[in-house]
Design a protein around this ligand. Sequence first.
Ligand code: ATP
Ligand code: MG
Ligand code: FE
Length: 353
Amino acid sequence: MLVLGIETTCDETSAAIVARNEDGEGEILSNVVLSQIAEHAAYGGVVPEIAARAHVEVLDHIIEQALEEANVRFDRLDGIAAAAGPGLIGGVIVGLTTAKALALSLGKPLVAVNHLEAHALTPRLTDQVTFPYLLLLASGGHTQLLAVRGLGDYVRLGTTIDDAIGEAFDKTAKMLGLGYPGGPAVEAQAMSGDAARFAFPRPLQGRPDPNFSLSGLKTAVRLEAERLAPLAAKDIRDLCASFQAAVVDMVVDRTRVGLRRFRETAGQSPSALVIAGGVAANLAIRRGLQRLGAETGLRIVMPPAALCTDNGAMIAWAGAERLSAGITDGLDVSPRARWPLDPNAPGAGKQGL
Ligand code: ATP
Ligand code: MG
Ligand code: FE
């Protein structure tokens, strides 16, 4: 089956065509991603109103390009999928409304995809991963460990009690004058920095609940930066490296606890640990989790970095998975700013939870 996927929940406008065969194997035929980084850079973060307008301006063209690159015409599609949330509501409305218009005019089924579920299912597009698996979802807005038991069936094992990891990277970058988006900038600086120069805290280390905390670490970096000001280039590199090392240690420790919790609650081991979301692009975090995999014997699955950050292929794939299971949505489906994967978890649907 062939599915068009549309992603407009944040600052990437993207459309993709993905194929899924009867064995559940996926293939990306096209994945056009236009980032609005330049539009938002001057403000040091995403401005929702600017993002929504930018999506309106380019989305039609991005969809045409995705069809062209895949060499697929509208009539060959089996369904239209769009991210219906969670995200910046203006952008979500643009993508979902476009998908509804296409579904209606073409007479094709519509699938309203949860953006977080799309991140969560991406490892099933790139690798053969069976349910249940342990998911570390780490992005700009979310940091969670989840048991993925099946399509639409998630149990949240842990979450951040303050900031998301991507948010901490972005705020650290801003504080050090590295611009937006912060993750790749901090990682680049960290590569040639001294990770042992500053002994930043490892929040929640050893705690029995697989939760995360970033705000204390962020404050520690800020205090050190203020103490050293004005910062030399080497100070910035060392601050980034020491910050990133603390994040890696925390992620590995928390994920180890999450794995234990998974085994206790599910009574079985996950088929794999998969990582998803923009932060999963970070090489130091990937290496840390590889070590955890070697230590625990758990298979680690990490999609290529370009599929970890927001993209249309993950939406198309989640749409294809749902369509294959016979799940579609009516044209009256609503866009959602908040849309937790595990609605039963405490505080579910609040920012970052
Ligand atoms: P959400 O998926 O929670 O709605 P989002 O869509 O904005 O949020 P993504 O696009 O999935 O998030 O990820 C973007 C985040 O990932 C940003 O915070 C960015 O700094 C971070 N990020 C991207 N690349 C890296 C990297 N190499 N290292 C660390 N963080 C990174
Ligand atoms: Mg983004
Ligand atoms: Fe995302």
